[in-house]
Design a binder for this molecule. Structure first.
Ligand SMILES: Cc1ncc(COP(=O)(O)OP(=O)(O)O)c(N)n1
Ligand code: 3NM
Ligand code: MG
Length: 207
């Protein structure tokens, strides 16, 4: 499976009251991956929402990734994204199986990417590249990191943090395979605008 394209990430605050129309609009515009990112501890709601997203993704041929929670991913038979404090990759790979998509946050550290590759990650994520209203305190990364990651790591490279239609091009030029976006996609006035943005991101990646 070739991991390349737009990687939408949900945000419970930004999508409050417009969850389904906005996510369906993004899927309609074309997503490679959709991440369910919900920091609450309401397990029942998380399960319900993630199940609904899995079914929507299946209809649009996109893959659902659960943020932080390998157990929930295993329960739903989908992928997981793990940060540096979200638990180790090797047991997650054993739990989810060979086919599952597993992503790893590497901030701006190539060594973390190389380690993640050894431990069975499917993609490595670097960022944040720009100011992010979703996660203002995230560690920063530069285009140099992307160049080095491209040269040294054979996995698909995901970029994240403040990415918009106006600033994504250099990231693609420097080898990014997956554009992970919250506000630059979902911070829109209407579902139609979400679809337009998704299509425009895909056009930037020549998809
Ligand atoms: C695609 C992608 N990249 C990075 C992150 C950040 O993960 P993490 O550092 O664990 O931070 P939280 O998102 O859990 O706050 C991500 N979620 N997705
Ligand atoms: C969840 C997350 N992780 C980041 C990192 O750099 O690891 S930046 C980020 C937020 C991404 O949202 P937006 O596209 O709105 O900036
Ligand atoms: Mg995390």
């Amino acid at each position: 499976m070739k991991l390349r394209g737009l990687y939408a990430i949900t945000d419970s605050q930004l999508l409050a009251g417009k969850w389904m129309p906005y996510i369906e609009a993004a899927l309609d515009g074309g997503l490679t991956l959709l991440q369910y990112r919900d920091k609450s501890s309401d397990e029942a709601r998380r399960l319900r929402e993630a199940e609904a997203l899995r079914d929507m993704c299946a209809r649009y041929n996109a893959h659902l990734i659960i943020n932080d929670d390998a157990e929930l991913a295993a329960r739903l038979g989908v992928g997981v994204h793990l940060g540096q404090t979200d638990g180790p990759l090797t047991p997650a790979r054993a739990l989810l199986g060979r086919q599952a998509i597993i992503g790893s946050t590497c901030h701006s550290q190539i060594e973390l990417g190389e380690q993640a590759a050894k431990e069975g990650a499917s993609y490595v994520a670097f960022g944040r590249f720009f100011n992010s209203s979703t996660k203002p305190g995230a560690l920063t990364a530069t285009l140099d990191v992307l160049d080095e990651a491209r040269a040294r790591i054979k996995l698909p490279i995901c970029v994240i943090g403040g990415i918009t239609l106006d600033n994504a091009a250099p990231l693609i030029d420097h080898g990014a395979d997956l554009l992970a976006v919250v506000h630059g996609l979902f911070g829109a006035e209407s579902p139609q605008e979400v679809t337009r943005r998704a299509r425009a991101f895909n056009a930037l990646m020549s998809l």
